[in-house]
Design a protein around this ligand. Structure first.
Ligand code: HEC
Length: 93
């Protein structure tokens, strides 16, 4: 039982480290792709009629990444979505 608890603690730490790495990567990608040449910080907020869930946010990131020709893979879209979500939207996945 003791080991189980330890194993759970370790895997939770590893998981949050990965998540944090994704968010950090998202921040860098977002900066490199110069997304803010069109956007302002105030754009990134919850709006019931527009961006109202993690899924919709992730679709918008994808659409914008393709439109602005950011050379991103799916994992990169995901990292940027996580970054924007952590910083601005705070949706549950
Ligand atoms: C050429 C201009 C342009 C660039 C560059 C751009 N976007 Fe957008 N983005 C838009 C427009 C236009 C919308 C839609 C706004 C609306 O519906 O009112 C939008 C919407 C969004 C939304 C939904 C929130 C909102 O404001 O409606 C997100 C999230 C987003 N973009 C992320 C990104 C990311 C990430 C990048 C960088 C890869 C990026 N955008 C680059 C023009 C741009």
């Amino acid at each position: 039982m003791k080991y189980l608890k330890l194993a759970t603690m370790i895997s939770a730490t590893i998981l949050s480290t990965f998540l944090q790495a994704g968010i950090e990567e998202g921040k860098v990608l977002f900066k490199e792709a110069d997304c803010m040449r069109c956007h302002k910080t105030v754009d990134f907020k919850h709006r019931e009629d527009k961006i109202n869930s993690y899924l919709i946010l992730s679709r918008s990131v994808k659409a914008c990444a393709r439109n602005s020709a950011a050379p991103w893979f799916d994992e990169d879209d995901e990292s940027v979505t996580e970054y924007l979500n952590k910083k601005y939207y705070h949706y549950k996945k």
